[in-house]
Design a protein around this ligand. Structure first.
Ligand code: AMP
Ligand code: ZN
Length: 431
C-alpha cells in the first residue's frame, strides 16, 4: 500500500459520508467562537442541520471582512495556549487576516501537503528546494513541513538571491522545487545568462503556484527546464498550500475533499452554479480545530471540472484559477483580467519571460500600456521587424480584450522582478 492512498482512493460515497461527519464536527467546533455562534444561532442553524454535504448551502457565507473584523484571534475555537503557529494572508490592503494553528492542525496540513506532492510523483528520495518566502507567507513553512513529512531532504532557500538558488540546485542535486511562476521564469533566464543550459540542471519537477498563471507559461517553464510543472493551489484561510494539486494527468487540481468542501457560486448573485460553470470558489475547512473557516468566499475564479479524472481519484478537480474577482480592471468600459493578457503574450515565441500592465489616463483618454520583454536574440532585430511584432501583439490582444493596447517592447531582464507574488498591473489613472 502506498503511503498516501488512504483517503486518495475513497469512492464518492466514502468522501461524502466522511464530509457529513466532519462538517458536523466543524460546525460544532466553529460555534465555540462567538462570531459563528451568533451567526448560526440567529439563523436557527447548528450541526444538526447537516444531513448531507449539500446542507452546507443553508449556511451563510463569510468574507475576508469577517476574518479581518475578528483579527487577531477572536475566531479561536481552542484556548489560545493551544496554538503553536500563526500565518497571515498576503493581502496588500487593509488589516491582515491571521490564521492560528494547533499542533494537530499543523500535522494535518503537512500531511495534506505531502499527499499532494506524492500525487505528482515526488518521493522521499527527492531533494526539495523551496524557493518561496518564509515568514508569515504560508508558502514557506507550509510547503516545507509537507516536504519533510514526505521524507524529502528539504532546503529552505527562501525567495530571491537567484545565483545562490542556482548554486544550491547544482550542489545538492535538487530534483524538485517549489517556486512562484513569475520567479520560475526569472530563474530559468538567469541560468541561461550564466551560460548553463537549463535543461542540464538536475530538476525533474516544479510545484508552481501561489499566484495565477496560464498554461502557456507552464509550457514555457517545462520546455526551458525540461521538467514537469504541477499547479499547486492553496490559501492561508484554508491552511495555505496543499489544498489542491494537479495529478500527473495535469488536467485540473484535485481538492482534498476529506478536508475541504468546495462550491462555485455566481459572484454577483451568490447563487450556486452547476458543475462546469466558472464562478467564485467558496471553501470550507473540515477538521481544522484551531480556527475553522466555513463557507468562505475566496474571490478566486474557477470551475469544477465535470467528470472523473483519468488518474482514478474521485476528489473533485478545479480548473486553473483565472484570477480573482478583485483582480479585474476596467478599461474603456471593458472588464479585463491580467491572465487574458498573459495568455496572448506567452503564445509569442519572441516574447521573453516578463511583462507589466500599466493603466494610464491623460485628460479623458485612457491608455492600456503593456510592457513586454523580448528575448535577447529577437531584441537585436532591426526596427521594422520589432515594429511588426509590436503590431501583431497589439492585434492579438485586441482580439482578446477588444481594446487596442500600446505595446512597449523592452529588453529581457529589464522589468522589475518580484520575490513574492508578482504585481502585474499598475494603475496610474488616479495619480
Ligand atoms: P495567500 O493569501 O498568500 O494565502 O494567497 C492565497 C491566494 O493566492 C489564493 O486565494 C489565490 O488567489 C492565489 N493562488 C494560490 N495558488 C494559486 C494558483 N495555483 N493559481 C492561481 N492563484 C493562486
Ligand atoms: Zn487526477
Amino acid at each position: 500500500m502506498d503511503f498516501f492512498d488512504i483517503c486518495e482512493n475513497w469512492s464518492r460515497d466514502q468522501i461524502e459520508n466522511e464530509q457529513v461527519v466532519r462538517l458536523k464536527k466543524s460546525i460544532t467546533q466553529a460555534m465555540k467562537a462567538p462570531f459563528y455562534a451568533k451567526l448560526y444561532k440567529d439563523a436557527g442553524l447548528s450541526a444538526d442541520t447537516i444531513k448531507s454535504p449539500q446542507d452546507i448551502q443553508k449556511f451563510p457565507y463569510i468574507s475576508k471582512e469577517d476574518l479581518r473584523d475578528n483579527y487577531p484571534n477572536k475566531l479561536a475555537c481552542v484556548p489560545v495556549s493551544e496554538f503553536v503557529r500563526m500565518h497571515c494572508s498576503s493581502g496588500t490592503t487593509g488589516s491582515p487576516v491571521a490564521i492560528c494553528y494547533t499542533k494537530k492542525d499543523i500535522e494535518n496540513w503537512a500531511s495534506l501537503m505531502a499527499r499532494g506532492m506524492y500525487m505528482t510523483g515526488i518521493r522521499k528520495e527527492d531533494t526539495f528546494q523551496n524557493m518561496s518566502g518564509y515568514g508569515l507567507f504560508t508558502g514557506g513553512l507550509g510547503i516545507h513541513y509537507g516536504a519533510e513529512h514526505l521524507g524529502c531532504m528539504t532546503i529552505p532557500a527562501g525567495a530571491g538571491n537567484t545565483k545562490r538558488q542556482i548554486k544550491l540546485i547544482k550542489d545538492f542535486n535538487v530534483s524538485v522545487v517549489h517556486v512562484l511562476p513569475s520567479y520560475a521564469m526569472h530563474v530559468a533566464q538567469q541560468v541561461q545568462l550564466e551560460g548553463t543550459d537549463p535543461k542540464t540542471l538536475p530538476l525533474r519537477i516544479a510545484l508552481v503556484g501561489a499566484e495565477p498563471y496560464t498554461d502557456e507559461t507552464r509550457k514555457r517553464i517545462e520546455d526551458i527546464l525540461d521538467i514537469k510543472v504541477y499547479n499547486s493551489f492553496g490559501m492561508s484561510e484554508m491552511n495555505g498550500p496543499g489544498v489542491g494539486m494537479e495529478c500527473q494527468e495535469q488536467y485540473g487540481m484535485h481538492i482534498w475533499e476529506d478536508s475541504y468542501i468546495i462550491e462555485i457560486i455566481d459572484p454577483e448573485t451568490g447563487l450556486l452554479l452547476p458543475e462546469g460553470e466558472v464562478g467564485e470558489l467558496v471553501m470550507t475547512t473540515l477538521g481544522r480545530e484551531g480556527m475553522p473557516v466555513l463557507r468562505y468566499r475566496t474571490h478566486d475564479l474557477t470551475r469544477i471540472i465535470p467528470g472523473d479524472c483519468a488518474c482514478g481519484r474521485k476528489h473533485k478537480r478545479i480548473d486553473r484559477i483565472t484570477g480573482r474577482s478583485d483582480d479585474m480592471f476596467i478599461m474603456k468600459g471593458v472588464n479585463i483580467y491580467p491572465m487574458q493578457i498573459e495568455q496572448v503574450l506567452m503564445a509569442f515565441p519572441e516574447v521573453g519571460q516578463n511583462y507589466l500592465i500599466q493603466l494610464e489616463k491623460e485628460g479623458l483618454k485612457e491608455t492600456l500600456r503593456v510592457k513586454v520583454e523580448v528575448r535577447e536574440e529577437n531584441f537585436v532585430e532591426d526596427m521594422r521587424v520589432l515594429r511588426a511584432l509590436q503590431d501583431r501583439i497589439s492585434r492579438r490582444l485586441h482580439d482578446e480584450i477588444l481594446i487596442t493596447p500600446v505595446i512597449d517592447l523592452v529588453q529581457a531582464n529589464s522589468l522589475p522582478v518580484s520575490e513574492g507574488k508578482a504585481k502585474r498591473v499598475i494603475d496610474l489613472r488616479n495619480n
